[in-house]
Design a protein around this ligand. Structure first.
Ligand code: FES
Length: 117
């Protein structure tokens, strides 16, 4: 199964090179969110987190500027859904706080005001 832009396919992402698992492609990407699709994170809600982040990207008209890429285990399995932006790892991201995470950590990086690095 190939990754299809705009379609969340964690089973495909888990079985392929994460570089192929680009969520939304085409435009120059300024920020990539690496979202763990390992089994523990999947069980803890990575699919829902991805959907919430995708919705937030669309709501802020950031397609082409923020990308979500599925990646393998980030070694924080017991902490909840784990993400990485650059070299910074964020663990314990549950679906209920994915929107707040986006506003706290993604938007400032895109609008140039920073983010907690
Ligand atoms: S499965 Fe996600 S950090 Fe290990």
């Amino acid at each position: 199964m190939l990754c299809v832009p705009g379609v969340w396919q964690p089973s495909a992402c888990a079985s392929r090179n994460s570089a192929l698992c680009v969520w939304a492609t085409g435009e120059m990407i300024m920020l990539t969110i690496y979202l763990c699709v390992g089994s523990s994170c999947y069980v803890r809600g990575s699919e829902q987190v991805a959907q919430i982040l995708q919705n937030a990207i669309a709501a802020h008209d950031l397609q082409g500027q923020v990308d979500i890429v599925g990646t393998f285990c980030l070694e924080s399995c017991s902490m909840g859904v784990t993400l990485r932006i650059g070299e910074q790892v964020f663990d314990g991201i549950c679906p209920e706080e994915a929107q707040a995470f986006f506003e706290r950590e993604v938007l400032p990086r895109v609008d140039g005001t920073g983010g907690s690095q």
